[in-house]
Design a protein around this ligand. Structure first.
Ligand SMILES: NC(=O)c1ccc[n+]([C@@H]2O[C@H](COP(=O)([O-])OP(=O)(O)OC[C@H]3O[C@@H](n4cnc5c(N)ncnc54)[C@H](OP(=O)(O)O)[C@@H]3O)[C@@H](O)[C@H]2O)c1
Length: 284
């Protein structure tokens, strides 16, 4: 049976194996898909070991997407434009081919749930591998993006990488002034990994408004810390990253097998499985 895996650290929480199992069942493809926890400084060795030992394709998650970009021999144009890789496969000639399906997966989900329009003004909080992966499709769709990040230099590096007037960054402290100056965003995306430790990024609470959409790339079995914070402060249009997870997985599946699975049915199944804790949405 063909071997696939998701590499990350931490990885225990990942729902990718279940999603790929559902896609495989739906399309009649036989595959074995597992989670691989990678020690922080051993990514390259683990990937080469995997392909040497029968691996066919892999997903790469936090914090290795930029490392994955660097080890690929060939890149799709999506991956080249984003500077980060979340999907790889071994070609017949023994080369590692990298793609990035995060951005297209996020855009698809934002469209599914009607959180986005061309010309939407988006604030992205975070400047890691996921942020790099989502910028290009959002700009191509017509959006205007501002990035804010704990480490300003990482946000600046992303802006320099893309070199477009539709993308800029702010220092965290400037975000406060920006809000005072009434700069309006339509959609705020949390692309930090702070939720994994149960934290929220340090952004001003004055940013929360009832007419803004809030999307957290992170997901877990209950409401994410960021979405709970938004909701408690009056932000009601909220979504976690489950839909994106399924959509990006579908593009990965298609990259490996050449078949696009039906995602709507899988999103529904995964949401039911996770038993999304709606009770925590009730205000005190
Ligand atoms: N739903 C999906 O399909 C999907 C897909 C991709 C990613 N994700 C999620 O997106 C998140 C980011 O992933 P990634 O690959 O970009 O990770 P990453 O490359 O490790 O980057 C992490 C980012 O989070 C910031 N950060 C970490 N802890 C923070 C804290 N306590 N407060 C404020 N900022 C903090 C980092 O800031 P510094 O630069 O200052 O270190 C950096 O910008 C993860 O939660 C991941 O699970 C979801």
């Amino acid at each position: 049976m063909k071997l696939f895996a998701v590499f990350g650290n931490p990885i225990k929480h990942s729902k990718s194996p279940i999603i790929h199992q559902l896609f495989a069942k739906q399309t009649g493809i036989k595959q074995n898909y597992k989670r691989i926890s990678v020690p922080i400084y051993n990514f390259k060795n683990e990937i080469f070991y995997f392909f040497k030992n029968g691996g066919v394709g892999a997903n790469i998650t936090s914090p290795f997407k930029i490392d994955a970009y660097k080890i690929c021999h060939i890149l799709t144009s999506r991956a080249k434009k984003s500077g980060a890789v979340n999907t790889i496969k071994m070609t017949k000639s023994g080369k590692i081919l990298g793609d990035n399906t995060d951005g297209i997966g996020l855009l698809k989900d934002l469209q599914n749930i009607k959180f986005i329009q061309p010309k939407s003004k988006i604030l992205i909080v975070g400047a890691g591998g996921a942020t790099k992966g989502i910028i290009y499709p959002l700009i191509k769709f017509g959006c205007i993006i501002t990035i804010v990040n704990r480490t300003y230099q990482n946000a600046k590096n992303i802006v320099e990488f893309f070199q477009t007037k539709y993308l800029n960054c702010l220092r965290l402290e400037d975000l406060f002034n920006n809000l005072i100056n009434n700069k309006k965003y339509n959609l705020i995306i949390n692309a930090t990994s702070s939720g994994i430790q149960g934290n929220i990024p340090n952004i001003p609470s004055s940013i929360i408004k009832s007419n803004i959409f809030y999307y957290d790339l992170y997901y877990r079995d209950s409401l994410t810390p960021f979405l709970k914070w938004c909701y408690d402060l009056g932000g009601e249009k909220i979504s976690d990253g489950i839909g994106m997870l399924v959509e990006q997985a579908a593009y990965s599946f298609c990259f490996w097998h050449g078949i696009m699975p039906d995602t709507k049915i899988v999103i529904k199944k995964i949401k039911n499985l996770i038993n999304f804790n709606k009770i925590s949405l009730k205000k005190d």
